[in-house]
Design a binder for this molecule. Sequence first.
Ligand code: DCC
Length: 170
Amino acid sequence: MEPAIQDHYPDDAAACYGCGRLNDQGLQLKTRWVSDGSGETATETESATETVFTPRPEHTAMPGFVYGGLVASVIDCSGTGSASLAATRDRGIDLVGETGSDAVRFVTGTLEVRYQRPTPMGPPLVVRGRIAEVKGRKVTVELTMTANGETVATGRVIALEAPDTMRAAG
Ligand SMILES: CCCCCCCCCCCC(=O)SCCNC(=O)CCNC(=O)[C@H](O)C(C)(C)COP(=O)(O)OP(=O)(O)OC[C@H]1O[C@@H](n2cnc3c(N)ncnc32)[C@H](O)[C@@H]1OP(=O)(O)O
């Protein structure tokens, strides 16, 4: 299995509620390259990212359905994780070992979510991300969340490389 980018965030950038591996109370989302079958070479083939999360009972909006803020959070950190995967690959950085500090860290600049249908509580939520644009320190990612194979939400994240001031504040 491809490494999860969040396992390669520096320790001082791994406390995020959505995707920080060091946040015991958080969602601990993991984002990886997957094959979307569209290309022939490994780089072309691994052109999509994937994040999978199974909501817990406390993530309920109304009985049987997932809270929209949770849906947004999963799309958000899928987007920043995808941006980090793209920038890390573009800069030729190899993710070495199970954990490390070799990933380029991104924050959310803009998050857009369109809720397409109620999200059922129970099945895993699968988010596929497509890198729409890499422009300097800015990466735009388009995302689709499915549950039981049906699209429940789509989104767009504009992610910016984390400024050092955020490290200082943390
Ligand atoms: C080191 C590890 C530390 C550790 C860091 C650990 C971070 C953990 C974060 C976890 C994830 C989160 O929850 S993040 C929390 C939510 N997000 C935030 O709080 C971010 C708050 N905003 C900011 O700090 C700032 O606005 C930034 C960093 C996003 C952008 O500032 P900047 O880096 O000075 O950007 P700037 O040079 O002006 O613009 C560069 C390009 O990006 C575009 N751009 C600028 N801001 C935005 C924006 N909000 N949305 C869309 N696009 C934007 C500009 O138009 C320009 O495009 P062009 O003209 O080049 O086309």
